[in-house]
Design a protein around this ligand. Structure first.
Ligand SMILES: [Zn+2]
Length: 412
């Protein structure tokens, strides 16, 4: 019975924390309404959270009804009462962040590594950088609730093993255990694009949406899915592999997955650069060829720069790519029926070239009026969506514990 009480109490506390996460400043009465708990229970638990230094009360005058004139106390989380660490492992680059409870960035670092470098060396470097970042931030380690890691490819969230990351040549890498061993902090690992979706669901565009997808394109193309208030991983962590939707079954280019004609072969960063190279070759005096000739940065940036300068052929090519994205999203909408799709990576970077065409194609191709009902936008976190998502995973697992109360959803 004792342990049941503890469980019920901790579930109630999590409900309160979750309500505070999504509603910021609310009164005890509103907390009771949102969580379904009695006002007496809310008062007890809020007092406990106050004594732990996790929340504070503000006496703000609120004109809400004829019963005016009485200051109404609102409760809110103290953002810097605890912290989390996020690690985003991309292709040849990783980012590490320390955030507060509302995913505000306190410290950040980004480092490059050799693709196909030994995973053990890369993870060791990450551990060293985590230690450095903690020291630099001046945050006491015991205020850090844990570490979330977003890794490329297939990840088993239960074991923290990166099963297969073909773009990094990594297989069966026990990321969770290695980072835990190095830092002594609790660690949880998931796919990096799935965590971008979590960033948006907890702290970004999707805070009020129950069914959403995050679609990311750069070296690879993938999606994170958030269904009824939690990440949807599928039976074997493979949900969201939209990049391997077959678009051209016969005669399509070979994909890294072994199939032919996957979406990724048409719209990944490399596929777009390859199409651009053909265009530049065909028109060696054109804007694009000049951009490639002077290219100091990433070739993708040069393609967007040519588009910005009005290169008609490049604009046409990008519109074609957007059409493929749009068709893939229409298929996704027909299966998932989301409220929201957030786009990241090159889709966010080249928003003005992709988004209008994608919206048009989605409306044209999705079933009935499903396409009209979905909001499509780009991520507001820019290049940091993945690392904020990694921190969001640590916060949701070790602080808000959203997975434990997933049945209650975000319905309030
Ligand atoms: Zn494929």
């Amino acid at each position: 019975m004792g342990s049941n009480q503890v469980t019920a109490k901790s579930l109630n506390i999590r409900s309160i924390l979750k309500a505070l996460l999504y509603h910021q400043q609310i009164s005890r009465v509103e907390l009771a309404e949102l969580t379904g708990l009695t006002t007496a229970t809310i008062s007890n638990l809020v007092n406990e959270l106050l004594s732990q230094g996790l929340v504070r009360e503000n006496g703000i005058e609120q004109v809400i009804s004829p019963r005016v004139g009485r200051p109404r106390m609102t409760v809110e989380l103290i953002p810097d009462a605890r912290f989390a660490i996020g690690v985003h492992i991309g292709i040849g680059e990783y980012q590490i962040v320390i955030t507060d409870l509302l995913a505000n960035i306190v410290s950040f670092t980004t480092q490059k590594f050799e693709v196909c470098e030994s995973a053990e060396i890369v993870i060791q470097e990450i551990v060293t950088q985590i230690d450095l970042l903690i020291i630099q931030s001046g945050i006491s380690k015991n205020l850090i609730v844990g570490i979330g890691v977003g890794a490329s490819g297939l990840v088993n969230v239960e074991t923290g093993v990166n099963i297969n990351a073909p773009n990094l040549c990594w297989q069966h890498i026990p990321i969770r255990d290695w980072i835990h061993l190095g830092t002594g902090l609790p660690v949880i690992v998931d796919n990096n694009v799935r965590l971008m979706c979590l960033a948006e669901a907890m702290f970004g565009e999707g805070k009020t949406d129950n069914v959403m997808a995050f679609v990311y394109a750069r070296v690879g193309v993938g999606a994170g899915l958030f269904v009824n208030g939690k990440l949807f991983r599928g039976m074997a962590a493979g949900a969201g592999e939209i990049g391997h939707s077959i678009m051209i079954p016969d005669g399509g280019e070979k994909c890294s997955c072994g199939n032919h004609g996957c979406l990724e072969t048409l719209v990944s960063q490399n596929a777009i650069i390859k199409s651009a190279m053909y265009l530049a070759e065909a028109n060696p005096t054109g804007i694009l060829a000049q951009k490639f000739g002077d290219c100091q940065s990433n070739e993708m940036d040069c393609v967007f720069s040519a588009a910005q300068d009005g290169d008609e052929e490049v604009l046409k090519m990008l519109a074609e790519k957007a059409k493929y994205f749009g068709i893939a999203l229409a298929n996704l909408i027909n299966i998932l029926n989301p409220n929201l799709i957030v786009l990241g990576g090159i889709l966010e970077q080249g928003e003005e070239y992709f988004l209008p065409e994608i919206k048009k194609v989605v409306n044209e191709y999705s079933f009935s009026h499903l396409g009209d009902q979905v909001r499509i936008c780009v991520s507001g976190f820019g290049q940091k969506t993945g690392v904020i998502g990694a921190s969001a995973l640590a916060l949701s697992t070790y602080f808000y514990d959203l997975n434990e109360i997933q049945e209650q959803e975000k319905s309030f």
